[in-house]
Design a binder for this molecule. Structure first.
Ligand code: AMP
Length: 417
């Protein structure tokens, strides 16, 4: 028996209302803020990720799904959404449009991780990106948007963690001090952090190991090493957030797991925190587009994981709108009635009335059970007698009341229900 690959899952019909709810809220949020949809391929040139996400990162080092196609091109399943958005921005000359260009996407991402609750090998991300503008007002807008998104979903108690990790001018100085801080205590570092110390010292700040966490608490803060421009930018972001009443916690250990970030980084935590809890994260990536061969182009964005959102909606017992149910279930008794039932079901659908047609040779009782299970509001029942008199029995499946109505009137009657 085949099973869905480890770390992947099917989204069965009963789960779909959650997904639809989140996707609809995402799309209406983006309409509200003027972000336009972008759909991208599921696989990209592998180098798109290795060059931008960074060689020292978990994603690139151990988690990418890389394969060669038949002509030997090295491709990777989409590991995250920001680099593909930037690739599309460059490829289609979107830099020629009025800046910033505001785009959003919803789609799967693939990472070969150890599966656990809230961590999968295929997950889904909703992300939005504002490209071509350095103004801190955009960072604040993106953070406000993220907050509004979770509020609109009915998730209460989310909190924002905020930090600035500086730019290519001031970060090297900070990294030096940070590496020194850790090097002096190298004996107490976990093996992963020992290996990261020279390659990617920033990542040491968010290691979950107890002894590394202790060292992170006393580590130098990136915000104390910002150059004057980055300082001003960071103050701007905080000022705009305060202006719109978004509260946030400054967290000097927050660095994010991807190398392309500059200046602002932020994460959204749910009420109930735990191992794999972060709902989403984002920040500024002013050098990414240049890394891909474009002109220097500042940009900022955010991405959230749909699975974790849905996990939290369930934890909080949130009300989720139901998906539309069928209006009519068409039942029949006998071969003549079956033809008539097929015709009436077809007419109903032509009139945009959702109808389910019975099939097989179930008894009327069996068909009524199926009608109830389908969630239909009405059952239409056709027997020999109804066919002869050009009538149909219309049964209200909630009240169980029924009446005989002319076949010719049934579509109009159901349309007005
Ligand atoms: P990232 O691209 O790593 O910044 O991730 C953005 C968001 O996607 C995270 O905050 C999570 O909500 C979600 N996410 C990332 N990786 C996974 C995963 N393996 N499984 C489920 N959700 C994930």
């Amino acid at each position: 028996m085949f099973k869905a690959p480890r770390g992947t899952f099917d989204i069965l019909p009963q789960e779909q209302p959650y997904w639809k709810h989140v996707e609809e809220k995402a799309a209406s949020l983006c309409r509200l803020y003027g972000y336009q949809p972008l759909s991208m391929p599921i696989f990209e040139d592998a180098q798109l990720f290795t060059r931008t996400v960074g060689r020292g990162t978990d994603i690139v080092e151990k988690e990418m799904y890389i394969f060669q196609d038949k002509s030997g091109h090295e491709l990777a399943l989409r590991a995250e959404g920001t680099a593909p958005v930037c690739r599309a921005y460059l490829e289609h000359g979107l830099f020629n449009l009025t800046q910033p260009v505001k785009l959003y996407y919803i789609g799967p991402a693939f990472r070969y991780e150890r599966p656990q609750a809230g961590r999968y090998r295929q997950h889904h991300q909703f992300g939005f990106e504002a490209l071509g503008e350095a103004d801190p007002v955009l960072d604040a807008e993106v953070i406000e948007m993220a907050c509004r998104f979770f509020l609109s979903l009915g998730l209460s108690g989310v909190s924002i963690q905020l930090n600035s990790i500086g730019c290519k001018l001031c970060r090297p100085g900070y990294l030096e001090v940070l590496a020194r801080h850790y090097a002096e205590r190298a004996d107490s570092l976990c093996p992963d952090c020992k290996a990261r110390l020279t390659r990617n010292p920033l990542r040491l700040l968010d290691c979950k190991n107890a002894s590394c966490r202790k060292m992170a608490a006393t580590a130098p803060k990136s915000s104390d090493y910002l150059c004057p421009d980055c300082q001003l930018h960071f103050q701007g972001v905080q000022g705009f957030l305060e202006a719109v009443g978004i509260s946030f916690q400054l967290n000097h250990r927050l660095v994010r797991g991807l190398d392309y970030y500059t200046r602002t980084v932020f994460e959204v935590e749910p009420q109930e925190r735990g191992g794999q809890s972060t709902l989403g994260g984002g920040g500024r990536y002013d050098d990414l587009i240049e890394t891909l061969g474009g002109s220097p182009t500042p940009a900022v964005g955010f991405a959230a994981g749909l699975e974790r959102i849905i996990l939290n909606l369930k934890r909080q017992n949130s009300d989720i709108p139901e998906l539309p149910r069928p209006v009519a279930f068409v039942a029949y008794l006998g071969p003549e009635a079956k033809v008539e039932a097929m015709k009436i079901a077809s007419q109903l659908r032509k009139a945009e009335i959702a109808a389910i047609m019975a099939s097989g040779d179930k008894s009327l009782k069996g068909q009524m059970r199926q009608a109830d299970a389908s969630g239909s509001a009405y059952a239409l029942i056709l027997g020999q007698q109804e066919v002869r008199t050009r009538n149909v029995v219309l049964r209200d499946l909630r009240s169980r009341e029924q009446e005989t109505v002319p076949l010719a009137d049934v579509a109009t009657m159901l349309k007005s229900c």
